[in-house]
Design a protein around this ligand. Structure first.
Ligand SMILES: Cc1cc2nc3c(=O)[nH]c(=O)nc-3n(C[C@H](O)[C@H](O)[C@H](O)COP(=O)(O)OP(=O)(O)OC[C@H]3O[C@@H](n4cnc5c(N)ncnc54)[C@H](O)[C@@H]3O)c2cc1C
Length: 385
């Protein structure tokens, strides 16, 4: 046996799973197909403190390129909902390397340039065929991202609604003073079916713009092109220099499904756990449970389901409410979105806090008090669209 636990894919979730398992005494081997961690990075340009705090990490200045004061959610006609919440624009390559270094420091053997080609059960062990030879372990953690092949190769369906992956493009751009604002801007409406377009200031002259759509195929380019045109007009920019473009899928509302089997755990984008903070926290839970299972000598599905139980306790409601909200948004007309935004425009929303369920309840009560009839707009969720 080459290690107690083999982790496939140095995703943010995989790095955390490997690190936690190692810190809890397991011998961990982490296999990553990229020859250099963070090159190229999987896209992600920002995160907010509230989401990140939950994984117990503190944003490190070594990868933060710009500090944000919050976000604006902007409706089709330009109504702004302002949410004050600290956030960070990040250099994702540096972020990946920062956590890879921490993971190695915790005792994990990280082999980059090693692509897993297949998994096979042999008695009590998994044999993992890679570009660099064969490895074996009793427990495998799959964290090979949104395009995961490893989980499917074992017959698992780790996400419930794969058709709802948001396919997106993140584009680094430059124009004078473009990176200076301190609020991340999300634009919602039918110009980006199912999700959003974005403007993420990154300090100085740098920013990222993006388009993310659901159920419109994998190519978000036409939506990005239209967005860039509108964005330039909105911000009064003549020349926008394009520095880089990154593509990918975000499993934001796909909902984790079958992410445990005998000797197998799936984590991160591969299991529908989207967003850096969420994926990293899921990785921590997964790593802790994996180490415990190895130490107890029981890596059966039953023993590993503690991971599912703990994850569900923290995140199930949030993911379910998130899906309902984004599905409602996908089905609403621009007029309906505008009317809803009107209720929250210029409101102090600092009263919203607590668990996802409590927050949903506070928003519900707010609408009920301000304009109960607006709740009827939420019937859009029931539309067959
Ligand atoms: C365009 C875009 C923008 C986004 N922006 C944000 C954002 O601003 N903030 C945020 O929080 N989230 C953002 N997200 C979501 C975020 O990127 C992901 O939720 C997060 O990175 C988790 O990624 P992942 O688990 O899918 O794995 P990945 O980060 O994709 O990692 C998977 C790893 O597995 C490796 N791998 C794959 N197959 C194999 C194999 N066979 N053998 C060995 N290694 C393998 C890959 O090389 C990779 O390193 C964005 C997503 C997209 C697509």
């Amino acid at each position: 046996m080459d290690a107690d636990i083999i982790v496939i894919g140095a995703s943010p979730a995989g790095l955390m799973a490997a690190r936690n398992a190692s810190e809890k005494g397991a011998e961990v081997l982490l296999l990553e197909k990229k020859t250099e961690i963070g090159n190229p990075p999987h896209p992600a340009n920002s995160f907010f403190k509230g989401m990140f705090d939950r994984c117990g990490e503190v944003a490190d200045p070594s990868y933060v390129v710009h500090y944000l004061k919050g976000m604006k959610i902007i409706s089709p006609s330009g109504r702004e909902i302002v949410v004050e919440t600290p956030g960070y624009a990040i250099d994702k390559s540096k972020f990946d390397r920062f956590y890879a270094a921490k993971t190695k420091k915790a005792g994990v053997e990280l082999r980059s340039g090693t692509e897993c080609l297949g998994l096979q059960k042999s008695g009590e062990y998994f044999l993992i065929r890679t570009s660099d030879g064969e490895f074996s372990s009793k427990l495998v953690i799959i964290s090979d991202g949104i395009n995961s092949k490893m989980a499917a190769s074992l017959g698992l369906k780790p996400v419930k609604y794969p058709q709802d992956i948001a396919w997106g493009i993140e584009m680094d751009v430059r124009a004078k003073g473009l990176g200076k604002p301190e609020f991340f801007e999300y634009y919602v409406g039918n110009h980006a079916p199912g999700w959003k377009t974005t403007y993420a200031p990154r300090g100085g002259d740098s920013a990222a713009v993006g388009a993310y759509v659901r159920r419109c195929g994998r190519d978000a380019n036409p939506y990005l092109d239209a967005w860039v045109k509108r964005f330039k007009a909105l911000k009064g920019i003549d020349e926008l220099e394009v520095v880089a473009k990154r593509y990918g899928g975000d499993p934001i509302v796909t909902i984790p499904n079958e992410f445990i089997a005998n000797g197998v755990m799936v984590v991160g984008g591969a299991a529908g756990q989207s967003g850096l903070g969420y994926a990293m926290r899921a990785g921590q839970i997964c790593g802790d449970v994996a180490a415990g299972a190895v130490q107890a000598g029981d890596v059966s599905k039953g023993a590993l389901s503690v991971y599912r139980k703990l994850w569900e306790k923290e995140y199930k409601t949030e993911h379910a409410l998130g899906r309902i909200a984004l599905e409602t948004l996908r089905k609403m007309s621009d007029n309906e979105i505008d009317e809803m935004a009107k209720l929250f425009e210029k409101e102090d929303l600092s009263f919203i806090h607590g668990s996802a369920f409590e927050q949903a309840l506070q928003v519900f009560m707010f609408i009920l008090k301000k304009k109960p009839s607006a709740l009827l707009k939420c019937r859009a969720f029931l539309r067959n669209k």
